[in-house]
Structure formats: structure tokens, C-alpha cells
Ligand binder design. Sequence first.
Ligand SMILES: Nc1nc2c(ncn2[C@@H]2O[C@H](COP(=O)(O)OP(=O)(O)OP(=O)(O)O)[C@@H](O)[C@H]2O)c(=O)[nH]1
Length: 359
Amino acid sequence: MKLTDTSLLEQMHISDVEIQNRMRLLGLDESALDLIAKQRGLIEEEVDGIVNRFYDIQTEVDEIASLIGDTETLSRLRIAQRRYITDLFLGVCDSDYVNNRLRIGMVHKRIGVEPKLYLSAVSTLKDLLFELLSVHLKDKQQLAATLSALDKLFYFDTTLIFDTYIASLVGEIELAKRKTEDYAKSLEQKVAERTRQLEKQTRLDGLTGIYNLRAVHDILHRELAVAQRRESKLCLVYIDLDNFKQINDSEGHLKGDEVLKCVAKILLASIREVDAACRYGGDEFCLILPDCDAHNAYLVCQKVIENFLQHYQHFSLSMGVVQTGPTRYYSDEQIIKLADQRMYQAKEQAGCSIFHAED
Ligand SMILES: Nc1nc2c(ncn2[C@@H]2O[C@H](COP(=O)(O)OP(=O)(O)OP(=O)(O)O)[C@@H](O)[C@H]2O)c(=O)[nH]1
């Protein structure tokens, strides 16, 4: 349920029983309220004078005058204060009366009336009413009992006004806490996202954007374990650019970079989604091909060479292919070493060449 659908009385959980309890705590009983109500006629006659004197005294204080701010606000406050004084002398502390008092506490918090200013206003009003009653009530006993009852009623009002003031403060703190928690949560999400991005970047080669050496070992280790569990084949292809040093030396480092980037692009375009293309370092690359035998790996190598030669007719690639599984498996170090050896055997041939064998 929305706050705007409930009264302050309900929000503050103040029931009729609680009202009676508060009155009992202050010794404010029906007879005390009756004594106050007896002065209703006198108060109705004098209320305008009391309100005028009240605001003359209050606006003498700069802090209060600047809080009120302008003449229209002062007029509205005079009307509200008139109603409050006549309400006091109705001698009825029912739920309507309590709800109106609670609203005052909330409005005070909203417009920034600090408790010290509210208490000074109560003290001023009490003095004026006590003075008036002292002039008109000749029976000393009745006067003392009426002033005592009125004093208790002021205390009753003050507890209610402070309760809503405090509840309103707590509400603001909870709102600020919720905002801070939301902000912290959004920061956590940003940090987690950034961490994921950074982790990904540490696994990618800066020049070509494909997996780097660090990632090769992780991926190969994982894929070999998966292949063993499924009893499937896996191929590793080791690729090296022939005489790459000469490309750098004769055509410049930028041209060398361009060739490396082009090879990476060709590798990515030649493999399936489950495969991985990696730059092992310098001018060396490798492909990890799960669920793939040496024959199919050979076909992938041919596709890479065909594509490469369309870009660079005068350069060549050497490739070594090793299949492992489905019955016997190499370790990651063994398969890399063997693929590297086969790549060197391929290098012994002129032009682009592939060395592969059924293991
Ligand atoms: N442009 C460029 N060159 C690089 C990069 N990383 C390594 N190199 C160069 O790659 C070359 C590799 O040379 P080598 O290991 O002798 O290999 P190669 O010239 O291909 O000789 P073979 O492997 O025997 O065919 C070296 O000159 C490195 O400086 C890079 O990121 N960009």
C-alpha cells in the first residue's frame, strides 16, 4: 500500500488504545479535558488577540521571521494557529485531534522548523494562555487545576509532534541509505563487468586479437580433458610463417604486423565456433580443433593456405598437425612439442607445406 493511501495515525501505528496510554502516562484524564473545555467561550472571544500577540513575539526573532518568509505565509499561519487554539479548548483528544498534531510534526520537518523553535513557540503560546486564564479565573483552585490540565495537554501534543518529526528524519536516513546501497550495487556491477573485460583482454593477443600464449595452455588443457572424457579426437595445428624475419627486414615492421594480422583473420575465418585460433608468439600460431581427426585438420590447413596465398603469393606457411585420441592421449606439453617438430619437418619443404600423420 502507498503512503499516500494511509493516514499518519496508521503510519505511526497510533491506535485508540495508544492514545489512552499516552494520556494515562501524562495524567491527562477526562476531568482535566473537561476543565480545559470550560474555557472554550473565553478563548473564542480572545483568540484573535492571542494569535496577534503570539506572532508579534515570534516574528521579533530573526530566525523565525526568515523561516516564515512573507506576509501571505504569516496570514496562513495565523489561521492555522487560531484553529489550533480553539481545538485545544474543545477538550477532545480523539483520533482526528491526534492526526492533526502528527501532521504538524511532519510539516515542521518538511519546512525546517527545528525542535528548539517549535518548543519556543509552545512556550510563548502557553505563557499567553496562562496569562489570559490567570486574569479571568478568579477561583485559585480552579485556575491551578486548569493550568495544570492545559500544561499536560501541551505535553501530549509535543510527544506526538516529536514522534512524527523523528519518524520523518528516520525516513530520510533510510532513503539516503537505500540510495547509497543502490549506488554501491551499480558500482559493484561496473567493477565486475570491467574485471571480466580485463580478464578477457589478458587472454588476447594485443596485435591480432586472437588468443595469446597464456590462453593456449588453458584452452588446450581443458579441451584435452573434455576429449578424454568423451573419448573423442582432438587436433593441434602448429603454424609458422616462413622467413618472416626477411619480411620485416625488407618491407618493414608495419608490413610484418599487417601479415600477422592477416594470418589471424584467415585462421578465424577457417575454423568452427568450437575451435580456437591462437598466436603462440612472434610469427607462430596454433589451432586447437576439438572433435577433429588429422584428415579434417589437414583440410582446414589447406583452406588456410589457399586463403593466405590469395593475399601473399610470395610468402609461405609451414604447418604441423597432430591428432590425439580416441584411445591414447598426449599431454598438452607432448602435443605442442610434437606439432612444433612436425611444423619444422614441413619447413624443410619449399613453399607452403603441411606435415601430418595418423597417430
Ligand atoms: N612485425 C612484427 N614482427 C615480429 C613480431 N613478433 C616477432 N616478430 C619478428 O618475427 C621474426 C621471427 O623470426 P624467426 O624466429 O627467425 O623466424 P623466421 O624469420 O620466420 O624464420 P623461420 O621460422 O625459420 O622461417 C623476428 O624478426 C621477430 O622480430 C611482431 O609482433 N610484429
